[in-house]
Write a protein that binds this ligand. Structure first.
Ligand SMILES: [Zn+2]
Ligand SMILES: [Zn+2]
Length: 332
């Protein structure tokens, strides 16, 4: 099968992915094999190919926003049938035994494995995944519209929940890429007033189209203090900027798997019982809830569609923040 593989991490500009012909992966017991139709490209893929986060498996097929159809069932799988259309997100497997798994925090599992990091992902014609970690895609979504829901959507939803925003509250979003453009639609559905901070004029325009009450840059001061905020851009200096406009008792959720250092800041920015917390991965429950919500709202994703072979160019565009909405690779 055709795949774009990473053999050694390198800056995106040096085209780290190469086209390869790999043997078909065989599903083990409890797994299924999917014929990949599309796979979204996430900022985490950029961190992976550039070696900013751990690479436990090399060579590696990245990609963790996969929509495909069931091709072959491994032993003991009965919940799906060949031909079913499923999505595969970042969370690939958990141990089910550790204290986090037992407490409903499987996103923090000590032995969690991730799609396109510990196991080959969707920048390929086929991939295998445990059946318990794949999800039916709501029928109303075309493949490429569904792909960005699978990481950008799910993790954005978890970040929104962890930000403790209440219906009708004032929410700040820092950065307006794939995840924020889905998250704003959930927040608007909850009746929130959304303030979007981004340098890019195209992204500001996009945010206004999707119902932002106000747009500006991180250094700007919005007309009202925020109840909650979520940062999406992986830059540490946003933390003091976001705290500066957060009300007392408010929460800032950092949606980043990797971020530049947070600068030293005066304690007064945090004082007043403000909370800063990170968001790490997402649970299966988050995936189920977000997919349900996406169909119900309904969420509309804006995507730029590329061929599998263009994966390097897409990573470069992502790095330059040139993607409007989400980038998706058409595989089949
Ligand atoms: Zn566990
Ligand atoms: Zn992702």
């Amino acid at each position: 099968m055709k795949a774009m593989i990473l053999e050694k991490p390198r800056p995106a500009e040096q085209n780290p992915l190469t086209l390869a012909d790999l043997p078909l992966p065989e599903p083990e017991a409890g797994q299924i094999r999917l014929r990949v139709r599309v796979c979204g490209v996430c900022h985490t893929d950029l961190h992976l190919v550039e070696g900013e986060i751990a690479l436990p498996k090399l060579p590696l097929v990245p990609g963790h926003q996969i929509v495909g159809t069931v091709d072959t069932l491994g032993a003991g799988v009965s919940r799906f049938a060949p031909g079913d259309r499923l999505g595969v997100p970042w969370l690939y497997s958990t141990c089910g035994q550790c204290e986090y798994c037992q407490r409903g925090l499987e996103n923090l599992c000590d032995k969690a494995r991730f799609t396109g990091q510990h196991a080959d992902g969707g920048f390929a014609e086929f991939m295998v995944v445990p059946a318990d970690f794949a999800y039916p895609i709501p029928e109303s979504f075309a493949d490429e519209q569904a792909a960005p829901l699978l990481c950008a959507g799910i993790i954005g939803y978890r970040a929104l929940r962890l930000s403790e925003i209440q219906p009708g509250g004032r929410l700040g979003l820092y950065g307006f890429g794939a995840s924020a453009h889905v998250t704003i639609q959930v927040a608007r559905h909850w009746g929130c007033e959304v303030y979007v901070f981004t340098r890019s004029e195209e992204h500001q325009r996009h945010a206004l189209e999707l119902g932002a009450a106000w747009v500006g840059q991180a250094q700007d001061t919005p007309p009202a203090q925020l109840d909650s905020a979520v940062t999406f851009a992986p830059v540490g200096w946003l933390v003091p900027e976001a705290l500066r406009v957060l009300r007392k008792g408010g929460t800032l959720a950092i949606n980043a798997i990797h971020m530049s250092p947070i600068p030293e800041m005066p304690y007064s920015l945090l004082y007043g019982e403000r909370t800063v917390r990170s968001v790490a991965n997402a649970t299966r429950q988050d995936a189920v809830e977000l997919l349900q919500l996406a169909a119900q709202i309904p969420i509309r994703t804006d995507v730029e569609l590329y061929r599998l072979e263009e994966a390097n160019a897409v990573l470069q565009r992502l790095k330059r923040r040139e993607i409007q909405g989400a980038a998706v690779l058409q595989v089949a």
